[in-house]
Design a protein around this ligand. Structure first.
Ligand SMILES: [Zn+2]
Length: 536
């Protein structure tokens, strides 16, 4: 097995890919290195500890006039080198001189670690016939190349075409999977990236991911700016390449993890990398062009790798969703991308691991944070697995400040003042259920289970009303309660009345008490009412 998954969050994962030049950790960025490369940049890449680069085998073949070299020697880079086959050139110039077979053999000979079948990219074509043609040609080439799968020590990547014709993309992915390929790539999003059409890129990734599942790594060509990296990683892209570090530098643009500055507009260098701490912005602006480009490239490479490391950390912590939520505020297109992810939260939640060894808390910032994969997953499990006895009595209490709720001082008061005075048969029928946002309902016995006590943030509404109503309706119909006590506070009054209305639909007897000053006082004050109601 050349791919192993070490950790997961959402559809994203930390993994290891083993190649003949050693392994590397994913998600991994492959900076694009031109065949006319700058040795200074390669040295910098090594110094930054990039384990992976990508170059274009077709352009090398052309430059060297078909001469075979060992690319690790050629680039003076002993770690992992991926080669692209020239598909992009096909897209740009319609036709290229190399044949698919020649391209593949050449990649073997130059000792590429990860090679790509010469595909026929769909690009952003709106022409369905062209898109079909590109898929058919790419599949035909993959069908030829699959004979090398067993004997090759180069990982052969199957590029998936179809562009934004999603059903075509999906069919192409399925055929590639059936052919037995072990690594895949999603082609042609470059044009989408340039136009900030992030949502469509994510739609492409999700379409492919649904077909390919979890076990094989997926590469994304042309991942662009680092601010988008967390989004593609969250949908399960394991490796991706980008030439943005260099393209931006040539255009005098300075990257940060969240945006891009035109060098002319910068008053300070907001970074402390090797380059930025040694030079001030005015000196950089006045430098000779080629030197300036190299320095900007070096800084941009640093920032790009820094982002990848942050992504890995968030996957490890299980906080990738919160990270996306934060990143979504950086650019309207990223916000739109995040809204797209929310619309597909059901799929994302299915992949998101329920348990993690080192769990970090979830942050809820505002009501729109409520739609979190952990919340949705919890609701699904509640609906499927939570059972109580028929005719049991529910005591609905508002969410408490102390977590876990079951160990709060209020619960101690509750047990001492109320539960103690009841007989065992009655005690067995009592179910304490906490009410509040965003989890809506947390039964006492589940209040220590992840994620019910590992979260922070006060939320006073739930904007997805239809979702909320259907959850409450379904859970109440399932519980078959005998009686219910509602201890209603002002903050969750609206939520309590939704619960009350649903209880009334089943003609369940209700005792409703309003919290006046504070909860413990209210319980104390009303203990005889509560006891009477329970014993009745
Ligand atoms: Zn810097």
């Amino acid at each position: 097995m050349f791919f192993e998954i070490i950790d997961k969050s959402l559809l994203g994962r930390i993994g290891r890919i083993y190649t003949k030049s050693g392994y590397f950790e994913t998600p991994a960025l492959f900076p694009v290195i031109k065949v006319d490369f700058n040795q200074d940049i390669i040295s910098h890449i090594k110094k930054l500890n990039y384990r992976t680069i990508i170059t274009n085998a077709y352009l090398l073949w052309k430059k060297l006039n078909k001469e075979v070299v060992d690319i690790h020697q050629y680039f003076n880079f002993s770690n992992v080198i991926m080669t692209d086959s020239g598909g992009y050139q096909v897209l740009k110039y319609k036709d290229i001189e190399i044949t698919p077979k020649e391209s593949l053999i050449y990649q073997f000979k130059i000792k590429s670690d990860i090679g790509v079948i010469l595909d026929y990219p769909t690009g952003l074509s709106q022409d369905i016939n062209f898109a079909k043609k590109s898929v058919i040609l790419t599949l035909r080439r993959a069908n030829y190349a699959k004979r090398f799968l067993k004997e090759s020590d180069m990982i052969i990547v199957a590029p998936i075409q179809g562009g934004i014709f999603y059903s075509l993309l999906s069919k192409c992915a399925l055929k590639m999977k059936e052919m037995g390929y072990e690594m895949f790539a999603i082609g042609s999003p470059t044009g989408l990236m340039e136009r900030y059409r992030y949502k469509e890129v994510l739609q492409m990734i999700l379409t492919v991911k649904k077909v390919l599942g979890n076990s094989k790594p997926i590469h994304l060509f042309g991942a662009g700016h680092p601010m988008f990296f967390p989004f593609i990683a969250a949908l399960g892209i394991d490796t991706f390449d980008s030439a943005a570090y260099s393209l931006y530098a040539r255009d005098n643009r300075y990257m940060t993890r969240t945006r891009t500055y035109k060098l002319d507009e910068l008053s300070h260098l907001p970074c402390n990398c090797e380059i930025c701490r040694r030079i001030d912005v005015e000196t950089l602006k006045n430098m000779e062009t080629n030197i300036r480009i190299t320095l900007l490239e070096k800084h941009n490479l640093y920032v790009s790798l820094e982002e990848v490391k942050h992504i890995r950390l968030h996957i490890k912590e299980g906080t990738l969703w919160n990270y996306l939520e934060e990143k979504a505020r950086v650019h309207p297109s990223l916000y739109e991308a995040f809204v797209f992810l929310k619309r597909n939260i059901d799929i994302i939640e299915e992949y998101d691991p329920i348990t993690k060894v080192n769990v970090s808390g979830i942050f809820f910032f505002d009501p729109y944070s409520s739609l979190h994969p952990s919340v949705i997953g919890y609701h699904k499990r509640m609906l499927h697995n939570y059972v109580i006895g028929k005719g049991d009595i529910a005591i609905f209490l508002p969410f408490l400040k102390e977590k876990p709720f079951s160990r709060s001082s209020l619960m101690k008061i509750f047990k001492n003042k109320i539960i103690k005075s009841l007989n065992q048969e009655l005690i067995n029928k009592i179910r304490v259920i906490f009410v509040g946002y965003p989890f809506i309902l947390i039964p006492y016995e589940l209040s220590e289970v992840y994620p019910n006590s590992q979260w922070e943030g006060e939320i006073d509404s739930f904007p997805y009303r239809r979702y909320l109503h259907s959850f409450i309706k379904n859970i109440i119909s399932k519980l078959e309660l005998g009686k219910a006590i509602l201890i209603v506070n002002k903050k969750y009054q609206r939520l309590f009345s939704t619960i009350e209305n649903n209880l009334k639909n089943y003609k369940i007897e209700i005792l409703k008490i309003f919290v006046e000053k504070n909860l413990s006082e209210t319980i104390e004050k009303n203990r005889f009412f509560i006891e009477d109601f329970l014993k009745k």
